[in-house]
Ligand binder design. Structure first.
Ligand SMILES: Cc1cc2nc3c(=O)[nH]c(=O)nc-3n(C[C@H](O)[C@H](O)[C@H](O)COP(=O)(O)O)c2cc1C
Length: 343
């Protein structure tokens, strides 16, 4: 709950850079675009999202498992973007990926730590999501009734994960690519591997998928430039703590040593305000922009960002604040024991 402030001069919010240390040019970085594999929605997914993010001055993160490759996105953008890396078992492939990201001028590496194995996603099971897609009667109905989308896919020629296809050994078609991907997530992921990847990258590193104070401390120990408190949008461990509840303890433990951001569950500018007031230095969005992308492509992502910014702007003004860097818990009424006492 917020505590509105009466102010004779209702302030219009300024949005100074919250990601200042990481990106050379980020004017209004209130919400970075979390990496998504948006293949189900649009074929030129990442390119369109990256262009929209660039225009709004928001960092875009490209997924390892994206339809568009690092090179595709590079060709469509002027500003540096970020690249998300899954820790995979094929070291040669990972080294090559890191080199491709360097060649493309990627400005920060986002290493995802919460996907050592793929979580069980009940909706995906229910909807029989697979690659290549199985031709069920429902699928055929969807393809024919959404003919514009179907034609778009056919015309683009992009049916695969282009960061992998043509780069990983023994990946010849969509089936072998799916098998390869599932077998490649590194189940033995540990901090020494993360430190090694950081060294190989040699630039800014953001560690995503942290919910635990001890993990946050380890991330600081290895010199993470930022950590992202995230439960992967609830897609990995069913029943995991929400990121907003995990945030306060992590900010208290390491907030003065690295930047702490929040991801998972951001649906509005008010959610961003709450996260910043609870101590996050920035937020990331996943589904919020994906829905805009699915509905209207690049214009939809721009619209999403505008809506979020407007909501944040108005909510801040009504709380008597104009600068995101001055937000604190005084604008919120947080129930006692919100973080919870768990054992
Ligand atoms: C369709 C979909 C694909 C995703 N793909 C990736 C991915 O490739 N890599 C990754 O680190 N996170 C991935 N995520 C997780 C997001 O980066 C992010 O953590 C999550 O969406 C945030 O929650 P939100 O959707 O509530 O904003 C994906 C999420 C969705 C919904």
């Amino acid at each position: 709950m917020y505590t509105p402030q009466i102010d004779t001069d209702i302030p219009l919010a300024d949005f100074p850079p919250t990601f200042s240390d990481l990106s050379a040019r980020v004017d209004a970085a209130f919400a970075a675009l979390s990496e998504l594999q948006a293949d189900v929605e649009v074929t030129d997914d990442a390119q369109e999202a990256a262009r929209a993010a660039e225009k709004c001055g928001v960092p875009f993160t490209l997924s390892t498992l994206s339809i568009c490759s690092i090179e595709d996105v590079r060709a469509q953008t002027k500003e540096p973007f970020w690249f998300q890396l899954y820790v995979m078992r094929d070291e040669e492939y990972v080294d090559n990926l890191i080199q491709r990201a360097k060649n493309a001028g990627v400005s920060a590496l986002v290493i995802t730590l919460d996907l050592q194995i793929l979580g069980q996603r009940h909706k995906d099971l229910k909807n029989k999501l697979s690659a290549p897609p199985k031709l069920t009667p429902r699928m055929i109905w969807d393809y024919t009734t959404k003919w514009r989308w179907t034609l778009g896919i056919a015309a683009s020629g992009k049916y695969t994960f282009r960061n992998i296809a043509g780069h990983a050994k023994n990946v010849t078609n969509l089936s072998s690519l799916t098998t390869w991907t599932h077998e490649q997530f590194e189940p033995k992921l540990d901090w020494s591997m993360v430190a090694k990847l950081k060294e190989k990258w040699g630039g800014k590193v953001i560690l995503k998928g942290i919910l635990d104070v001890e993990d946050a401390k380890k991330a600081v120990e290895i010199g993470a430039d930022a950590i992202v408190v995230s439960n992967h949008g609830g897609r990995q461990l069913d029943g995991a703590i929400s990121s907003i509840r995990a945030l306060p303890a992590i900010v208290e433990a390491v907030g003065d040593q690295t930047e702490v951001w929040l991801d998972s569950g951001i649906r509005s500018g008010q959610d961003i305000l709450k996260a910043l007031a609870m101590g996050a230095k920035g937020t990331m969005i996943g589904r919020a922009y994906l829905h805009g992308l699915g509905a209207m492509g690049e214009a939809g992502v721009t619209k999403t960002l505008e809506v979020l910014q407007r909501e944040l702007d108005i909510s801040m003004a009504l709380c008597g604040r104009r600068d995101v860097t001055t937000l604190d818990r005084d604008v919120l009424l947080v129930p006692q024991g919100f973080e919870g006492v768990w054992q």
